[in-house]
Design a protein around this ligand. Structure first.
Ligand SMILES: [Mn+2]
Length: 210
């Protein structure tokens, strides 16, 4: 028995009740796509395992904000081998947020009927999120992040997770407030674009607990 990270367990559950393909948009400073870390399937590995699910194609994985310290060679090799999509912080600078959102949606939805969003709070600049395990300088500003999640959600989501908030490290609940606001922005965008619950059409299989 091993513990599945949220993106693996949630996408596995969603993927198990549909015959359709699911894309993932993942916002993080870290790619987290190596097979193992210190011989374990832990927090730097979930996108390797999530994209092993047959109806979660690696070509529909879009990772935005990548560029932190913890992106080891094993991850880079898997990105290249699996032809995933990476937008670094520099890409955001060069293309601008609107263009990155447009390209991310195009890649994630290509051949898919639903998109799942995974959001790591360490994608925000370290200045805004003291309560996280691996803070990184040079990340997103909060208002950029709000625009990003709102833009990603406008075409609908079959699920969302917000990870890496660590209350014991937090200061004045700053990190929790940032995380909450990102969830509210996402849900607000789903509502204002009339997409709340729009993924339900993809459910065409019985859920079997595992
Ligand atoms: Mn991270």
């Amino acid at each position: 028995m091993f513990t599945l990270s949220p993106v693996v367990s949630l996408t596995l559950r969603i993927a198990s009740v549909t015959s359709k393909n699911i894309g993932i948009i993942h916002v993080d400073r870290h790619a987290d796509i190596q097979e193992k870390d210190l011989d374990e399937r832990m927090h730097t590995t979930p996108y390797f395992h999530a994209t092993n699910i047959p109806n979660v194609p690696a070509k529909n994985l879009v990772q935005i904000g990548i560029g932190g310290w913890q992106v080891p060679r094993a991850s880079l090799k898997n990105m290249r081998d699996r032809q995933t999509n990476i937008f670094t912080m520099q890409d955001l600078e060069d293309f601008g947020m609107d263009k990155v959102i447009e390209m991310a949606l195009e890649a994630a939805w290509d051949g898919c009927d639903a998109v799942y969003m995974s959001y790591d709070i360490d994608s925000l600049d370290a200045a805004f999120v003291p309560g996280t395990g691996w803070p990184e300088p040079g990340g997103l500003l909060p208002r950029e992040a709000h625009k990003l999640v709102g833009g990603v959600a406008k075409e609908g989501l079959c699920g969302m997770e917000l990870v890496e908030v660590s209350p014991p490290y937090d200061v004045s609940d700053t990190t929790s407030l940032q995380a909450l606001r990102l969830i509210v922005e996402t849900m607000g965008s789903l509502v204002s674009h009339d997409k709340m619950g729009s993924h339900k059409d993809i459910i065409d299989k019985e859920f079997t607990p595992f």
